[in-house]
Design a protein around this ligand. Structure first.
Ligand SMILES: [Zn+2]
Length: 258
């Protein structure tokens, strides 16, 4: 199904809520250390839609507001909104094209997973978080360390992601996905903690980690709706405390813009 431009401009019901949640997730990603000045971006779409919302380039994850968001199609073209789009829009468009189940994609230059990817070693379940991603070992995209700035690179990157929800872009960053923006963002946060934990070991030999049975049990718990709701609920409260803003202000016309 292809959403026409005129249809996109009418903003079907539910889009306002999607946009608010995307901004909230972007702010939480920034709060949790995923910001890289104005680089890194998240996207969201309604189930079955061939258009998605994404922030424009030139502003940080912590700076974006609902009114800034762009609506893009699966060719990476802007169909609504006036800001300049990220040249890496194809990370989002090609994953969403390949994965009808994916409604949200996150790409950041999170430092811990990026450094970890350069080690070229398997991700080990040193802490709870890694059990979400292994076994089998986390996927890596190493065809290029350059930007994913063409549809072709987007397609090969989406192929590397496959049917999983996390990918290391070697010497670049990470891509995570999910059925909701909250799940995609949580995957990014978990991947950051998982790789940070393993990096803390340095060159020390890894002697004890979760066995496969324990790991799979923990994965089931961590990915459960109840656990995700608890995690996201805390992050939203933490966001409100640290920014001094509430969800309602996400709709505001640039109020408190930074
Ligand atoms: Zn990037």
């Amino acid at each position: 199904m292809r959403t026409s431009r005129s249809k996109a401009r009418t903003e079907p019901r539910g889009q306002a809520e999607l946009k608010k949640r995307l901004v909230e997730a972007s702010w939480i990603l920034a709060m949790e250390g995923h910001g890289d000045l104005v680089w890194g971006h998240a996207s969201v779409r309604a189930p079955g839609s061939d258009t998605f919302w994404i922030k424009p380039t030139g502003m940080g994850l912590d700076e974006v507001r609902v009114e800034d968001l762009l609506l893009c199609d699966l060719d990476g073209e802007v169909v609504q909104g006036t800001g300049p789009r990220h040249i890496e829009v194809y990370i989002h468009s090609e994953v969403m094209r390949a994965r009808p189940d994916v409604c949200a994609v996150v790409h950041t230059h999170a430092i811990h997973p990026t450094v970890f990817a350069s080690l070229g070693v398997p991700l080990q379940p040193v802490t709870h978080e890694a059990t979400v991603f292994v076994p089998p070992d986390i996927s890596r995209f190493d065809e290029t360390t350059d930007l994913i700035n063409t549809p072709e690179r987007g397609r090969t990157m989406a192929h590397a992601l496959g049917n999983r929800d996390a990918l290391l872009l070697v010497s670049h960053g990470i891509v995570t996905s999910g059925t909701t923006i909250e799940r995609a963002a949580i995957n990014a946060l978990l991947l950051d903690r998982a790789t940070r934990a393993q990096l803390l070991l340095g060159n020390a030999p890894i002697k004890v980690v979760s066995n496969e049975a324990d790991g799979l049990a923990k994965r089931k718990l961590l990915l459960s709706d109840a656990h995700q709701a608890l995690r996201w609920g805390y992050l939203k409260r933490d966001l409100a405390r640290k920014r001094g803003e509430t969800e309602g202000s996400l709709k505001g016309p640039g109020r408190g813009r930074r």
